[in-house]
Design a protein around this ligand. Sequence first.
Ligand SMILES: Nc1ncnc2c1ncn2[C@@H]1O[C@H](COP(=O)(O)OP(=O)(O)OP(=O)(O)O)[C@@H](O)[C@H]1O
Length: 375
Amino acid sequence: MHKYRLISKKGEGTFSEVLKAQSIKTGKFVAIKCMKNHFNNIEQVNNLREIQALRRLSPHPHIVKLLEVLYDEPTGRLALVFELMELNMYEWIRGRKNYLPEAKIKSYIYQLLKSIDHMHSNGIFHRDIKPENVLLVEDNLKLADFGSCRGIHSKQPFTEYISTRWYRSPECLLTDGYYNYKMDIWGVGCVFFEVSALFPLFPGKNELDQINKIHNILGTPPQRILEDFRNHASHMEINFPPKEGTGIEKLIMHISEDARDLISKMLTYNYEERINSKEALAHPYFKDMNEEYSKRIPSPSLKSHLADSAAGEKSKEEKGQKRFLPLISKNPNSKNPSFAKISMSIENKTLIPKNFALSIKNPTQYVQKNYKSYY
Ligand SMILES: Nc1ncnc2c1ncn2[C@@H]1O[C@H](COP(=O)(O)OP(=O)(O)OP(=O)(O)O)[C@@H](O)[C@H]1O
């Protein structure tokens, strides 16, 4: 019944703790996302946005691959088993003193935009684009954490409190939920800046400070945009004294003009004018990338190999399986090994280093990044 041996902690988010584990049967390494919330029944699990979105978006070379869903009905605990990635984008830049090569950044941002384009073309937007949700293994990038996603055609206003403050778009900060898929592009612009500059562009300490940080750099929005925000906001008075921004350009003079131009098109106040994923992929910044990328991922079979490269050897069950669907059934007593009680392996103290036991902490906690204050 012990399907996975837990090895170490890989990360922690608001809703989960992610552990590195090894399949006892196949020796393959995986990442197990142990959800902090409990679930009453399998229907609740099946209705999870993260699972539904991953089913719709997979397989794709730049979307993290869900391998298995482990649900223990008696305890209500849920764990999602993913292919293991090496590190997230924040970990990649953390503590660096020297700028990263532009070619590397270009390749990663291109792949990120490919994932966004795939998502948006399939009617989903992510709503929490940030460096911690962008996972890397060698030269490959995959987008993760679809827990906040929504359907592009869902009716506004969106009422949930979403998106991580530093990467939240102005329309998301200032209106009562009148935003759309273009908020993901704002997030990509912030990530693109951050991996280029090695510090976050708008590290707001609270909502008001977040708005101020944006104004300090981009200036206050034009009257027309402010009027539009005002018509969709009741929670705050939108009345900013006009201010000129210091501009993004001078913070990233070391990158190419094309790169700066693309970042500023992603960080456009008016989301109707903000560049979309297809236009961004066709931007002159990527003129050498389209060919490079098709050389790198030339065929569907290599695509699926790339998707598995992080996790080592394919298991017997997966070999020959073209399209992977997470294993989940209504019967918790089924012989299906995916129903091995996750709690058994997680609680087996001989298998887990101290402090790495699954902890159910306050799901609203916010883990502050390890950055110094730059402004
Ligand atoms: N497949 C994976 N391979 C390696 N590390 C991973 C994987 N999935 C997640 N992680 C690590 O765990 C962290 C938290 O994962 P994730 O964002 O999915 O959790 P969450 O609880 O939904 O977080 P959030 O607070 O952003 O909503 C990630 O930032 C990443 O560092």
